[in-house]
Design a protein around this ligand. Structure first.
Ligand code: FAD
Length: 286
């Protein structure tokens, strides 16, 4: 099933993300976590793509296994280190495995990156390649607080327009911890005429130190209310997990109440966290 059909249906959509293993030794444990999350009957599940593409086979393998469990998979695909042949090979592999949905990404620029040797500079070029290949529902990433490389938020929205022109049919946001940031971003998208569905990405924080580090790199703002929770519970893993889930649940309920129909959980291969979120909003999802 195409993701756009899922996220534009009347029923609210709740989806989860998993990341693939880095080595073959951890493949079974990742697969088992993904299958456990699949048992929660999410609207769909996404599988990230390792930076550099070295573990790309695992992304499609995990997606295929999710499909076999009856869950619609969304395969991430990044292009910054890829040749055109490599991308086409990957698209053929996804097609052969029956995967219909791709999140087209540029990927982070690697250290020592040689601009002259790259085939793709932006995700929009990959979206065009996928669109020309045919047969996939294409998504893209967006950043309610702006992408760290963007000169300003208008430049970012202009690049989103190109993404959509090149075939992107829905957008998934970077995580954010203040819903007003998303509402403001949605308004700016609307004013700019970018009217594809937007899936709100929510991260239940279970490891405070890790998230603070990620947020510093990505430029994600951490509200005072959130920082107080981290100060109080950050050193107690169980308490932090409970507080992180509660914070995410509150965010999700507010998003659905304000007309956002699709929420994607950065569940970090943690079935217990995914289950806690789902259980807390089971009536809301009906
Ligand atoms: P782009 O859309 O290409 O944007 C990158 C920068 O270039 C932005 O500043 C943008 O404004 C600018 N830009 C874009 N087009 C143009 C243009 N035509 N002219 C001038 N400037 C332009 N990374 C992974 O490695 N694997 C994953 O699985 C993964 N999944 C992700 C999922 C989500 C939902 C998100 C939000 C991010 C994910 N990332 C992943 C991280 C992502 O690869 C990085 O954030 C990366 O730096 C940018 O990727 P992008 O696809 O947003 O790039």
């Amino acid at each position: 099933m195409k993701i756009t059909e899922i996220i534009t249906a009347k029923k609210p959509s709740l989806s989860f993300e998993v990341f693939p293993p880095k080595t073959s030794e951890s493949f079974e444990s990742v697969l088992s976590a993904a299958k456990e999350i699949a048992l929660l009957s999410p609207s769909y599940m996404s599988v990230t793509y390792g930076a550099g593409g070295g573990t790309s086979q695992y992304t499609s393998d995990v997606c295929e296994a999710l499909g076999d469990c009856g869950v619609t998979p969304l395969a991430h695909l990044s292009c910054i280190c890829a040749s055109k042949d490599r991308v086409r090979e990957e698209l053929q592999r996804l097609k052969d495995k029956g995967i219909e949905n791709i999140l087209a990404l540029r990927g982070d620029i690697p250290v020592g990156y040689d601009k002259t040797s790259v085939h793709y500079h932006y995700a929009s070029e990959l979206a065009k390649e996928i669109s020309d290949f045919g047969g996939f529902c294409i998504g893209g990433a967006c950043y309610p607080e702006g992408h760290p490389e963007s000169a300003n938020s208008n430049a970012d929205i202009e690049s989103l327009k190109i993404k959509v022109e090149n075939g992107v049919e829905f957008l998934t946001t970077q995580m954010f911890f203040d819903n007003n940031i998303l509402y403001n971003f949605m308004y700016r998208l609307y004013r700019a005429g970018v009217n594809v569905p937007v899936v709100a990405g929510v991260m239940p924080v279970t490891n405070a130190k890790q998230v603070i580090r990620i947020c510093k790199i990505s430029g994600t703002a951490l509200p005072q209310r959130f920082l107080r929770i981290v100060d109080r519970y950050g050193d107690d893993p169980d308490a932090m997990k409970q507080a992180g889930v509660a914070y995410a649940v509150e965010q999700i309920i507010d998003l659905f109440a304000n007309g956002i129909n699709a929420v994607h959980i950065y569940s970090m291969n943690k079935p217990d966290v995914a289950k806690a979120i789902k259980d807390n909003i089971s009536e809301i999802l009906k």
